[in-house]
Design a protein around this ligand. Structure first.
Ligand code: BG6
Ligand code: MG
Length: 219
């Protein structure tokens, strides 16, 4: 059986945490007199903590000192961590374990490819940590999505060629990163947002074992 590298984003793909990032950024932005819309929030998805704050400041036409920048980043993470403090398996998105288990049964290598520095903590909280052959997160990269660095490292750890990797992503930046890496991109979310992806599904309940097997066999 041929092997493909299956790379999963975390926030908004494996767990329902995108909403907590949104809430924490909203609160922080409000505290400095900036507001942003849900459609602007799409531009924050998949993007590192630093890049997200830079975008929010730009939307609000704000310039602040490096010290204040660091304080705001710490504040956002503090709020975010309080939202996920009591997190458990209930936050896993529908049919994610089923998909992971199927790929494991089929002996396919699996990696995480997330921008979050909290990724390992979250995977442990929801008891999925051990399912991954490799984990690449915000602590391992120097360039944020849409740069493909996170996925390139994942492919290397899995020892799978770039064109044999398949990426599941809920963010525009992540889909672009996968496309730049010449990987197969699978958007999880809305068609009108993720139209650059090779395939788009609302969630994993729409992804059949037949579809996964076709990906595995793909030449
Ligand atoms: C991504 C999220 O997975 O991680 C972004 O989509 C978030 O919203 C980014 O900003 C960085 O996460 P963290 O947990 O390191 O602040
Ligand atoms: Mg995401």
């Amino acid at each position: 059986m041929s092997k493909k590298g299956f790379i999963f984003d975390l926030d908004g793909v494996i767990v329902d945490t995108a909403k907590y990032h949104f809430l924490a950024w909203k609160k922080l932005a409000k505290s400095i007199g900036v507001d942003f819309t849900e459609s602007q929030n799409e531009q924050l998805k998949g993007v590192s903590r630093v890049k997200s704050l830079e975008k929010i400041l730009a939307w609000g036409n704000k310039t602040i000192s490096q010290e204040e920048f660091n304080t705001l980043m710490a504040k956002k993470n503090e709020d975010y961590l309080s939202f996920i403090a009591t997190m458990n398996e209930d936050e896993i998105l529908p049919d994610v374990p089923k998909t992971l288990n199927y790929l494991i049964e089929e002996k396919q290598p699996i990696s995480l490819g997330s921008a979050s520095k909290n990724a390992r903590t979250i995977l442990k909280k929801v008891n999925l940590y051990k399912k991954f052959d490799a984990i690449v997160d915000g602590n391992d990269v120097s360039k944020a999505k849409p740069d493909p660095e996170v996925f390139l490292i994942a492919a290397k750890l899995l020892e799978i060629k770039l064109e044999d990797c398949i990426v599941f992503e809920d963010s525009v930046a992540g889909v672009q990163a996968a496309n730049t890496a010449k990987m197969v991109s699978i958007g999880i979310g809305e068609k009108n947002v993720l139209h650059e992806a090779d395939y788009i599904f609302k969630d994993f309940t729409e992804i059949s074992e037949e579809f996964l097997m076709d990906l595995i066999k793909r030449k």
